[in-house]
Design a protein around this ligand. Sequence first.
Ligand SMILES: [Zn+2]
Ligand SMILES: [Zn+2]
Length: 180
Amino acid sequence: MRSMQVVRIIPLGAHPRDVSFQSLIMGLEQVLPLQCRVEAIPMDIDAALDSSRKQYHSTELLANLVSLPERGEQRVLGITPYDLFIPVLTFVFGQAQLNNRAALFSTFRLHNEFYGMPHAAETLQSRCLKEALHELGHTFGLRHCLELPCVMNSSTYVEDIDLKPADFCLPCREHLQDVC
Ligand SMILES: [Zn+2]
Ligand SMILES: [Zn+2]
């Protein structure tokens, strides 16, 4: 039997507003055979800020995570309250290394308030879980999935996130069982 995969969850910048890490961890551990723990490591992410776009360069933040010394964990998952971009896109919800160690996502566009709607704690929490599962799925080698009930569907808009479940379809699940 393989040893339990450990995921270190690392806040990048400030702790995301109104997000419960405890509930996120419970959600992740329910779906994946993973053990998650939060580590508040001070990280200097200023260099990743594009001051004209007022967004952080996602790939650079990912590089910050990759540069962390390994401490027995299999994955690092960064969470940031700041808006993320890659140069070819106006924004990204998150980014991950395919079949590798690091992933991250932003809560910036997961808040209802961003879309001019009233705060909804459960919606926010559910979107966070789906983004975390999706990006971690990439680190375990999963690509975007076309099966409709699957968290590995790609999401362009927040509505896409709301439409997919916080779970993997059967083929994606079988892949995870082989690698997790
Ligand atoms: Zn993706
Ligand atoms: Zn799938």
